[in-house]
Design a protein around this ligand. Structure first.
Ligand SMILES: *Cc1c(COP(=O)(O)O)cnc(C)c1O
Length: 468
């Protein structure tokens, strides 16, 4: 037991390292029962609790035996932590770690129907034979984007990998085609998705042109040689270069690609199928990119589109046909649940785009968010100190990177419980309530919290206070 009031670094140093705990015989017993990662996760939680307590000047066990016993109890109580519902009070609407876009009720119903029984996934009812895979999804995508053809794979990264493999790569490194990319677009999107790595993985060779801030059509022209297969434009997502910048317009690149008989691809990341839900903030409209003469466009299903995780490719019939012939497609294709959800989401884009949850959230005005924060404040237990503050929320997922959405957060403090400990208890509640810490308070941003979730948030706060 460590006494409160000792100087903080020394107190924290008395906690054993995670690795040492994992080597303890008792930890090995727990691993045999579950798995390494579950035990490591439980120990991390236990250490985090102890650290938060010590920082707040409260006593905590620091001995290996006691910590392992706590971890064992945690594993026994929780079973495996599992995927559980979370309430997103981070202010980031398309939060990749929280599953990005909540899908529409209609999409949910379509998933349930497809999952419960059988569906005509790859079945032609006219012939009674094998048919194309969900041709209706592709038809809707063509209608919404003006493209000749479309194809759906697992996610945006898969779409780019497939396109590079089919159009520029090959199993023989000596025969690798060249892909020309501006230095201003050689970005890491996040989660290890780095453009140069994906090009290499696709079996192609990267040719960099221009500089970080300026690339001209002449730069592209000078780089095109006999082995060039593709000009690749990548939306830089969260990365922005401002000031003295230049990149060729897509129609200009399209003309260049056509003149040299190479393919032009644009990975636009999020893209949008209609108008932007945030006034003054635009993502490239897929329809405009297609109309600019780009041969192949890729974007994600669970960003601004507001659907399930998916990678969508639209483009010319020839460019898409080549993707269909590639052996990698079988490994990357989307499953029936995704296709069902995507089809329903696309139908909403055609019929009532403003009703999609993501569009609705991004379009909320400050008065609505202020009102929501006030209603939550009325549900909080008396012991909680709170104030409502104007904050900035974000679209997230690399979409609308410049957007700063005015929002409201309710900032919480509880006597005798520091912000780290309170935030931890909220995160570990069922459902998890995920906020952030600002100026020593736990800030819960209302942008991505639904009205129906307010009571659940209040319950989580009450439970955190009671467990103090
Ligand atoms: C998000 C993004 C990707 C990756 O898409 P996922 O659906 O997350 O796999 C690729 N390229 C760009 C430009 C992106 O913004």
């Amino acid at each position: 037991m460590t006494r409160p009031g000792e100087d903080e670094p020394a107190v924290l140093r008395s906690l054993p390292q995670l690795q040492r705990l994992l080597e303890h015989p008792q930890a090995r017993v727990l691993v045999a029962d579950t798995c390494h990662d579950a035990v490591a996760g439980a120990l991390r939680t236990v250490l985090e609790h102890a650290r938060a307590a010590l920082r707040a000047g409260r006593p905590a066990d620091t001995g290996a035996d006691a910590l392992l016993a706590q971890a064992a109890a945690l594993l026994a109580r929780a079973g495996l932590p599992g995927l559980r519902r979370a309430i997103n009070a981070t202010g980031i609407v398309l939060h990749t770690n929280l599953g990005r876009a909540p899908i529409a009720e209609a999409a949910l119903a379509a998933v349930a129907e497809a999952a419960r029984g059988y569906c005509t996934l790859e079945y032609d009812d006219a012939t009674g034979r094998r048919g194309a895979r969900a041709p209706s999804v592709e038809a809707r995508l063509c209608r919404l984007t003006g493209a000749e053809a479309a194809l759906v794979v697992n996610n945006g990264a898969a779409a780019v990998l497939l396109a590079l493999s089919a159009h520029a790569g090959g199993p023989d490194p000596a025969a690798a085609g060249e892909v020309v990319v501006s230095r201003g677009e050689l970005v890491e999107i996040g989660g290890g998705f780095r453009v140069p790595d994906v090009i290499r993985q696709g079996g192609a060779r990267l040719v960099e042109v221009g500089t970080t801030n300026r690339t001209t059509p002449e730069d592209y022209r000078a780089a095109i040689g006999p082995r060039t297969r593709m000009l690749l434009h990548v939306h830089p997502s969260n990365f922005r270069v401002v000031g003295f910048t230049a990149t060729p317009a897509l129609p200009e690149l399209a003309a260049l690609a056509r003149a040299h008989g190479v393919l032009l691809m644009a990975d636009i990341g999020s893209g949008s199928l209609g108008g932007s839900p945030v006034p003054g903030q635009e993502e490239p409209a897929v329809r405009d990119v297609v109309a600019a003469g780009v041969d192949l466009v890729s974007f994600s299903g669970d960003k601004l589109l507001g659907g399930p995780q998916a990678g969508i490719l639209v483009g010319t019939a020839a460019a898409i046909a080549q993707l269909r012939r590639h052996p990698l497609l079988r490994a990357l294709r989307a499953d029936k649940l995704t296709l069902a959800a995507l089809e329903a989401t696309l139908r909403l884009h055609e019929e009532a785009p403003h009703t999609l949850p993501v569009a609705r959230m991004l379009a909320q005005d400050e008065a609505v968010l202020q009102d929501r924060a006030e209603r939550l404040s009325a549900l909080l237990p008396d012991e909680v100190l709170w104030r409502i503050e104007p904050v900035t929320a974000f679209a997230g997922g690399g979409a609308l990177p410049g957007s700063e959405l005015p929002s409201r957060a309710i900032c919480l403090a509880v006597e005798g419980l520091d912000a780290d400990a309170l935030a931890l208890r909220l995160r570990q509640h069922r459902p998890a309530v995920i906020g952030r810490i600002a100026a020593g308070l736990v800030a819960l941003d209302m942008m991505a919290v639904a009205e129906e979730e307010l009571a659940l948030v209040a319950q989580a706060v009450s439970a955190a206070v009671d467990g103090k």
